[in-house]
Design a binder for this molecule. Sequence first.
Ligand code: DSN
Length: 433
Amino acid sequence: MLPYFCVMQRDSQIFNLIDKELERQRNGIELIASENFTSLQVMEAMGTVATNKYAEGYPGKRFYGGCEVIDEIETIAINRLKQIFDLGWANVQPHSGSQANTAVFLACLKPGDKILGLNLSMGGHLTHGSPANFSGKNYQALFYGVKKESGLIDYDQMEATAVAEKPKMIICGASAYSRDWDYKRIREIADKTGALVLADIAHPAGMIAKKLLNDPFEHCHIVSSTTHKTLRGPRGGIIMMRRDFDNPFGIKDPKGNLRPMSAVLDLAVFPGAQGGPLEHVIAAKAVAFGEILTEEFTVYAQQIINNARAMAKAFVKRGYNLISNGTDNHLMLIDLRNKNLTGKKAQETLDKAHITLNKNAVPFDDKSPFVTSGIRIGTPAVTTRGMKEEHMEPIVEMIDRVLSDIENEKQIKEVKDQVRQYMRQFPLYPELV
Ligand code: DSN
């Protein structure tokens, strides 16, 4: 009798759809700031037998047998990540950025403790205290925002709220903020008020890895990230510290011992927030981390920024209103109110032309999160496809053609054909047929 996997029929329904998705990715312009295209070897590592293995625990301390190879893979992932960011400790097991933040909160906070994060409506993230998320339900969430006139983080507001409310944790990091962060100032505020600082660098991590943006590790106690955005790895999360430190809130391990923060965080990831780690994804993280350590990735990270600046300039030239008037990183946030458009309408219409981006609330938005007044645009994915500064102007021109005459279906169709033609110069996964 044949082993069962030899007689299973190929699931053509799903694989046909995966082929269709590949074509969609190939033919369109991908501008969602949180998306990217991994290398083939990153994807290859994900689709391997490492997915079959249960490995609850950590290298050398697993709850199952047969983990000796998996231990080597996970250890390489940890060591490469430590090398990238010059770390003392790292955990590569979080299934996602949200799971990473869940574990940090579990390690450092008690239910009901106060946290202070950037308001979601001003560019923050769900897990930084949104009422719809565990972070806003289990903890008392306080928020800072950006200044209306400049669109820049209001550190004075952060400080005033921290002084008045004494949060246990200040969270910095954003999903839709185009400027760099003043981590030194944040740490000063935290030291003054007795708070721990968590930097969630999910968005700019790739540029931080190459020292193209301010270094959060010098000032922030704990740093979390995803691995699939500017780090160009598989979908997943990580938690890092440059220096381990004593658990400031006296949280004890299950045996009642006060432990260094690294031990408390490890326990918060497993068994606190997760069970078995996704070792196939950890293998892919290790491959991506290896790529990040190369000189080619330095060039890539710099090009993301160069492209974002060129694109921002092209939008400003056409009268678009960019929050903070520009960008330091990989993204820009555009307020469409002067164009009499909503984010929803812009996203849906550009989708028809195969230009993919997302509607996004702008600071002090008067529209609901389902409609919004803005769009968020990022350059990591188009940069991976090989685009340079000179390729940004034509993209902005195509976007502008659609948005300037948003009901003109004939023109939208023309732009769609133009997009398809344009993207032929930048082949995506030519090895995949
Ligand atoms: N959903 C991600 C983003 O698009 O920024 C953040 O988790």
